[in-house]
Structures are given as C-alpha cells and as structure tokens.
Design a binder for this molecule. Structure first.
Ligand code: GLC
Ligand code: MG
Length: 423
C-alpha cells in the first residue's frame, strides 16, 4: 500500500471461490483473465486490490497455483480473521490483538464438540480464530441458538456464520469479512488513503457482512448462493448501492464497475483489434498489457497473420533496442519481433494463455519510463513466470518506444526447457 501516495481511486474487495474464480462454468478462466487485464491496464497503478476469502493461507496459496489470480495488495484469509499485506504477505499483528478479545479457542472447541450435528472440517481449515464445521442446513438455526447461549455463558463473545449451504464457522465477534474491511478502511483513512470508491464482491453467506459496511458498493455475482440472496431480500433490497449481477463471477465484478461508474470497465480482452484501437491512455503499462495480449492471440492464431501487425510492432521498437532473454541470451528487439513471426499459431488448441501481474510504471526522467511486471505464460497445466522490466521513451506524446526488455525467471518457476520462450 506504500506505493500509493494519494487515496486509491478504487478499492476492490473480492471473495475468491465462486466470485473471482468460477469453479463450475469457466474451465479456461476466461472471466478471470478479462478482469485481470482490465485491472492491470486501468487500475493497478492507482488502486487497491484486496482478496477476502474463507480459505486458510495455505489453501489460498494452493488456489493461486491452480488459477491465474493476480497478486493482491491485501489478502484477508480465514473468513476475515487473518490480514496480510503485499507480495510477501506481512501479517497484521494488531488485528490479532483485536480478535483475542473475549475469545478462547479451547472453550469453543470444548463446547462445539458436544454437538453431534457439527462435523469438523479438515485440519487445514482450523485456524487460531476460526473453527469450521460442516452442518446439515436444517440444523443451523437450532445449533446456532444453543451454541451461542452456551458460549456466552462461558464469557465469550463469538459470531457464527453459515455459508455455501453447508459450512458453519465460529469466529470472535470482532472478526469476519465485514469487520476486517471496516478495520482496513479505518487504517487507510488514518494514513490519508481512504479509497475514493470501494466495491465489495461476493457470492455466499460469509460475504454478507461485506455488504453492510457504510459507503461501500456491493455486487453479488449472478451465481450467488441462496443464503446471501435471502439476506439481501430481507435486509437490503432497497439499497441501490448493492446489485445482483446478471453475469457470473469475475464477469459480474466487471459489470458492477460499469453499473456504479467507478472507472473504466472495458477489458483489453474485449477489444479485438487493439493494435488499431487508440485507447485514451497515457500510462506505458498499457503498452505492455496490450502487447502480451497480442502475443497470446498471435501464438493461438487468433489474430490475422498479416505484416501490418509485425511492422507496427517493429516500428515501436528502437532500432538499437535489446531484449535480454531469461536464459541470458541477448538479441535485438526488432529481431525478436521477426522471430515471433515464425511462431504464429503454434499454440492453437493447446490451452495457451498469457497474463500480466503487478504492472507498475515509474517515470525515471522526463520522457523515460520503467515498467516492471510479472509475465505469466501457461500451456495446459504447465506455467512459467518471468519478472520483466521494460524501458520506454516517448517524445512529445508521439507514442511509446520500446528501448530495452529484460526478463528473469521468477523464483517459483522451475525451468526444464526455455527454448520455447520467445518474449
Ligand atoms: C471456505 C473455507 C471454509 C469455510 C467456508 C465458509 O470454504 O475454506 O473453512 O467454512 O469458506 O466460510
Ligand atoms: Mg465464495
């Protein structure tokens, strides 16, 4: 969050399973990839991305390996009971202090074990401030009432959340996704960085609280669970700051950005002829997002194989520009574009996707920018990531010139063969 010097233009606080990630209808993650390129293109540089998930940190990391999720600025895990910041996930210890109030994990364990209706979820989901069970929907009301009374009698102040038609979480009263968001907003405000707009996105019971925080827009994706829709019908249907989207998952988030008019909502992935399309953009990060999208389509054989494209790309490279391949080999940028010509359509039918993450541009000198990003490439189940640095120059608003591109394999990428990595 330190990278922002002024209030973020937009803060998106989104659930992951069945909100960002569509587990049922989108095996190629197309909506998520649409959201990703919109975010990197138009928001990354001046906005905040927050994921708020029911998953424990280890299960969140697992999901990141399976799906093309962007790196969030803030990650809230375990149903709002753990907050961490940045790439390296630095834990918020102050939040833990707050959760410790009137909480005793041992007592919750003891009392919940007396209910045969509750079956413990896997060990990986049990956290210091979250005990999670499975329950039959018909038993929820009675168990909630009885358990709350017993825990109150033992001096605790707890919260019970029913989600996804069968999950039953017991948390400290001060925890939960809503309280975690309120805490984050308070913290940002104290730093003079209260977001201009905040949009909360969710699909199930544990997301309900997100929609109760003042001055926060909300979107329930089209595929929202019954328990969330019931809560909405009973409590919030006149609240025009909350919508039930007509699109599923990440598609619903993009829809809400448009509905509430909180910023651009045209994903570069929705533009077919983007080399021609002059988007109103003065950020060189846009050039990179656009290029790698072109690169994906080129190798998938989805754009026309015509000279005009490669010629226009070559024209935007400095004649003496150099590309440093992650293997260390160096080649001229213009030769690299020529090389690309040979790979047209080589990934046709191969589940090939390319996406960019953490695209950040800094202007080092007037007319010169350094853009840093993670470039991901996936074929089938195998994926690789390169930290990429691009130097651009621009004279008198005449468009950006690629001066230098350097790539290094990111730590998590295991390289067996890098001969097929072009740029
Ligand atoms: C996630 C968690 C699970 C929790 C559920 C509902 O699926 O993994 O432990 O019960 O969210 O909050
Ligand atoms: Mg969900």
């Amino acid at each position: 969050m330190e990278r922002l010097t002024s209030p973020p233009r937009l803060m998106i606080v989104s659930d992951l399973d069945e909100t960002m990630v569509d587990h049922h209808n989108d095996p190629e993650n197309l909506s998520l990839l649409r959201f990703n390129s919109l975010w990197e293109d138009a928001y990354r540089h001046d906005s905040l991305l927050v994921f708020s998930t029911g998953r424990a940190p280890t299960m969140y990391k697992k999901l990141r390996k399976q799906r093309p999720l962007l790196t969030p600025d803030v990650i809230i895990t375990s149903v709002g009971t753990e907050i961490a910041y940045g790439n390296s996930m630095v834990r918020d210890d102050e939040w833990i202090e707050i959760l410790n109030k009137k909480w005793d994990r041992g007592i919750v364990q003891e009392e919940t074990s007396k209910f045969p209706e509750l079956t413990l979820q896997s060990e990986t989901e049990q956290r210091p401030h979250k005990l999670s069970f499975h329950i039959d929907k018909s038993k929820v009301q009675a168990v909630t009432k009885e358990l709350s009374q017993r825990l109150e009698k033992r001096g605790l102040d707890i919260k019970i959340i029913f989600s996804g038609g069968n999950a039953f979480d017991v948390l400290p009263q001060g925890g939960g996704k809503g309280q975690a968001l309120a805490y984050l907003l308070k913290k940002l405000k104290a730093e003079g960085k209260l977001p201009i707009n905040t949009l909360a996105c969710g699909d199930s019971g544990n997301d309900t609280e997100l929609f109760t925080i003042p001055n926060v827009y909300g979107v329930m994706v089209s595929n929202a669970q019954e328990e969330l829709l019931e809560w909405y019908a009973e409590n919030a249907k006149d609240n025009t700051n909350i919508i039930h989207a007509s699109e599923r998952c990440a598609g619903g988030i993009i829809e809400a950005i448009g509905h509430f008019k909180v910023g651009p909502n045209l994903s570069p992935r929705d533009v077919s002829d983007f080399l021609e399309c002059k988007m109103d953009n003065v950020n060189p990060g846009h050039e990179v997002v656009k290029f790698f999208l072109f690169y994906e389509r080129w190798r998938r054989g989805e754009v026309e194989n015509c000279e005009t494209y490669t010629a226009s790309l070559k024209a935007s490279c400095h004649p003496a520009g150099v590309f440093v391949h992650p293997s260390g080999a160096e080649r001229s940028l213009r030769d690299t574009i020529d090389e690309l010509g040979k790979y047209y359509g080589d990934k046709k039918g191969k589940k090939f996707r390319v996406w960019t993450d953490q695209v950040l541009a800094t202007d080092t000198m007037p007319g010169t920018w350094i853009v840093k990003l993670d470039k991901w490439e996936q074929t089938g189940d195998e994926r690789k990531c390169c930290t990429t640095t691009v130097k651009f120059t621009s004279k008198d608003g005449e468009g950006f010139v690629w001066e230098h591109v350097q790539q290094i394999w990111s730590e998590e990428t295991e390289i067996k063969d890098d001969s097929n990595w072009i740029i």
